[in-house]
Structure formats: structure tokens, C-alpha cells
Design a protein around this ligand. Structure first.
Ligand code: FEO
Length: 185
């Protein structure tokens, strides 16, 4: 039998190895986010910040969902999604403010990572992955807004007296606020 030339063989996938590796890197980031927020939620609970704690438990779940979205996409596209190794998660924090300062910093880093991925996919004309990532682009806009608003609360309300109690209560309203902002855009 005549051997098929290389060009004749139907490719089994369009996802490049480089894109697959970058998506797996994003999985690590989302897995770390989930673990990081879980750790923050637990710390908040031990300090009596009930509302912030619940907010962060929910956020941790959301990050796990982001990670799973990537798992499903990579595997459906013919790649192999890899369970990330998550280490070095901080367990204690100096203050509630530090928790939310770190959250904002972390979300900005996630946005930068998503942007890099989007830029890469556009350059190599992987429009399927580019399209898939648009959900993450919008999600990051919402999550950054939310984290920024949380940090602003500390300056708006102040941490003196009942301030921290009030900030904790206001954190509970942030999801509705971020959803409203997203709707108006
Ligand atoms: Fe999924 Fe907030 O990064």
C-alpha cells in the first residue's frame, strides 16, 4: 500500500501544543485562586468576619468552576487538561484589608494572564479558543470591579469603631453591585 504523504493525513486536532500548555497554565492560576480564596474565607471565619467569609467561600467555588471550564475545553479540543499542583497558599493575614488588597492584586494578575492568552490565540488565528476565552474576559472585568469596590470600602467607611463591622456587611452586597455594573455596560 502506498504510504500517505504527511500533508494528506487529517490532523486530529487544531489546538497547538503551545496553546494547550498556556491553557494548562491558566488552570494552575484558577486552581490557585480557588485555594487562595478558600484560605482567606477560613481566616475570615476565624476572625468573625462572617459575611466576608461567605463571600470568599462562594468566590472560591466560582474559581473552581472557571478551572473546570478550562478542563472541559482543553479535553474537548483534543488536548489533555492537567490537575494543577497547588502549593504555597498563605493561611493567615494581617487584617481584613490585606485580604481584599491581595484579592484585587490577584485578580489583576489573572486578567493579565487571560489577556496574554487571548493575544496569543488571535496572533495564531485560533479563533475557537479566542472565542472561548471571551467569557473569561468579561468575567475578569466583573471580578476586578468587585475586588476594587471591596478595597474602596475601607477608605469610604473607615476601619475605626464599628467600621470593620460595617465593611463586612457591605462586602455582602458587592455581588449584586458588580452584576448591576456589568448589566449597564
Ligand atoms: Fe477566575 Fe477570578 O479568576
Amino acid at each position: 500500500m502506498k504510504k500517505q504523504s504527511k500533508q494528506m493525513i487529517t490532523p486530529t486536532r487544531s489546538l497547538t501544543k503551545e496553546t494547550e500548555a498556556m491553557l494548562n497554565k491558566q488552570i494552575v492560576m484558577e486552581g490557585k485562586s480557588s485555594a487562595y480564596y478558600l484560605s482567606m474565607a477560613s481566616w475570615c471565619e476565624t476572625q468573625g468576619y462572617e459575611v466576608s467569609s461567605q463571600f470568599l467561600y462562594n468566590h472560591s467555588e466560582e474559581e473552581r468552576m472557571h478551572m473546570l471550564k478550562l478542563f472541559k475545553y482543553i479535553n474537548a479540543a483534543g488536548g489533555h487538561a492537567l490537575q494543577p499542583e497547588v502549593t504555597g497558599i498563605k493561611h493567615t493575614f494581617k487584617s481584613l484589608r490585606e485580604v481584599f488588597d491581595q484579592t484585587l492584586k490577584h485578580e489583576i494578575a489573572v486578567t493579565e494572564s487571560i489577556n496574554e492568552l487571548v493575544d496569543h490565540c488571535f496572533k495564531i488565528k485560533d479563533f475557537a479558543t479566542f472565542n472561548f476565552l471571551q467569557w473569561f474576559v468579561s468575567e475578569q472585568r466583573e471580578e476586578e470591579t468587585l475586588a476594587r469596590r471591596a478595597v474602596e470600602l475601607f477608605d469610604l467607611i473607615g476601619e475605626e469603631g464599628v467600621g470593620l463591622f460595617m465593611i463586612d456587611q457591605e462586602i455582602g452586597k458587592l455581588e449584586a453591585y458588580a452584576a448591576k455594573v456589568a448589566q449597564s455596560q
